[in-house]
Design a protein around this ligand. Structure first.
Ligand code: PLP
Length: 379
């Protein structure tokens, strides 16, 4: 009998989500506003700590789009963006008619390389245009080099859009990811650490900025009895039903983080004595990762011939999902004509990297299946 599929990362309900949805139905708040939207935003603000203001939106991508808009990005501007990321980090640059400038990763956090970033800024200024924003990502829940990137951003006075879509629950020096940007972004897509089935949020440091984001997200309606518009509007607000799921999910966020970290520990011990396979982990104790996905790199020279694709196919034949790392944006057909600063770090990570099943709902039986399938190929 074929065994059921083990997914990379699948939705994991905590149990109370339907209570909030029921309330929404009972009170007929079936709209992109309502008590769950306000409640979910409040829950997120409390969780993130500090003076932050959260606006719940229809997706993380929408949040990045509005975030860039609020940072003043316009057609013809340049925006610096980590190359190794999901395309949703970079697409909104093009929505605005701006130009993406892609930056390599460094080997410690796999995120924005401070050296390549500064080289790029200096070169763009020399060519006549100071970049308008820096999009920095916490890949797989591992924080980027927060201090180094902030120092550069402040030196050249370029704001940071922090893409924390994968890093809710991660911290750096005890401070939550999702609070480090001039504007920050969260995602609640179905595969993320918590989900609203689809959704996202924008995180700001002022009530006025949040209000502006919500204004744009609800069709930019001016204050008038009729429909009056003096700005381009968007339909980006989160629905009260989705926000109900979010409120239930917030009750289990910390246990989800603990479960994902348990999966990471499982892989660390599984590969501990395997020559040529490294589990991606934080560089030091300043960093705390939610390990949204556990990723490994497979060096076919050190493994004496086993590469990541062979490992992926072996898992696939055991009905276990795994996936190569994000293919860098500067290698994507849609983005390859834009400037790129760096070397081959992102490229070689892409060649050797593999994400392994990491869901918070994986069971001991799943771990045994994964372990057996991996041991069978690396023995
Ligand atoms: C998921 C993700 C997004 C986009 O979020 P959506 O809610 O799916 O639109 C953006 N950036 C990164 C790094 C992501 O992983």
């Amino acid at each position: 009998m074929p065994q059921s599929k083990i997914w990379l990362s699948s939705p994991h309900m905590g149990g109370t989500e339907q209570k909030y949805i029921q309330e929404a139905f009972d009170t007929n708040w079936v709209a992109p506003l309502g008590p769950n939207v306000n409640g979910f935003e409040q829950d997120l603000e409390n969780y993130l700590g500090g003076q932050v203001y959260v606006g719940a939106l229809s997706s993380g991508t929408a949040a990045i789009h509005l975030g860039l808009l609020l940072l003043g990005v316009q057609a013809g501007d340049e925006v610096l963006c980590q190359s190794m990321t999901f395309s949703a980090s970079a697409n909104p640059i093009l929505y605005l008619g701006a130009t993406p400038i892609f930056i390599d990763s460094e080997v410690q956090t796999w995120n924005l390389c401070p050296v390549a970033l500064e080289v790029a800024i200096l070169d763009r200024i020399k060519k006549g245009k100071k970049p308008k924003a820096i999009i920095a990502v916490h890949l797989y829940g591992v924080p980027y080099q927060i201090d180094a990137i902030r120092t550069i951003a402040d030196t050249y006075q370029i704001p940071i859009l922090e893409d924390s879509a994968e890093a809710l629950g991660s911290t750096y020096k005890g401070i939550k990811c999702g609070t480090f940007g001039d504007i920050s972004v969260l995602s609640f897509n179905g595969n993320k650490i918590i989900t609203t089935s689809g959704g996202g949020a924008i995180v700001t440091h002022s009530a006025a900025l949040k209000e502006k984001a919500v204004f744009y997200a609800t069709q930019s309606r001016d204050n008038a009895p009729h429909y009056q518009h003096s700005h381009i509007g968007y339909n980006y607000r989160m629905s009260n039903i989705c926000a109900g799921i979010g409120r239930g999910q917030m009750e289990v966020l910390d246990t989800h983080v603990a479960s994902r970290r348990l999966m990471h520990d499982f892989y660390v011990s599984l590969f501990a004595s395997v020559e040529g396979i490294e589990v991606f982990r934080v560089p030091n104790s300043d960093y705390f990762a939610n390990y949204w996905l556990t990723a490994i790199t497979v060096d076919p020279i050190k493994t004496k011939g086993l590469d990541r694709e062979a490992l992926r196919l072996a898992l696939e034949s055991a009905n276990i999902e795994s996936r190569p790392l994000w293919k860098p944006m500067h290698l994507q057909p849609i983005f390859e004509s834009y400037p790129y600063y760096g070397h081959q770090v992102a490229e070689s990570l892409f060649e050797q990297g593999l994400c392994l099943p990491s869901g918070s709902n994986l069971t001991q039986a799943d771990r045994i299946r994964i372990k057996d399938a991996i041991l069978a190929i690396i023995k």
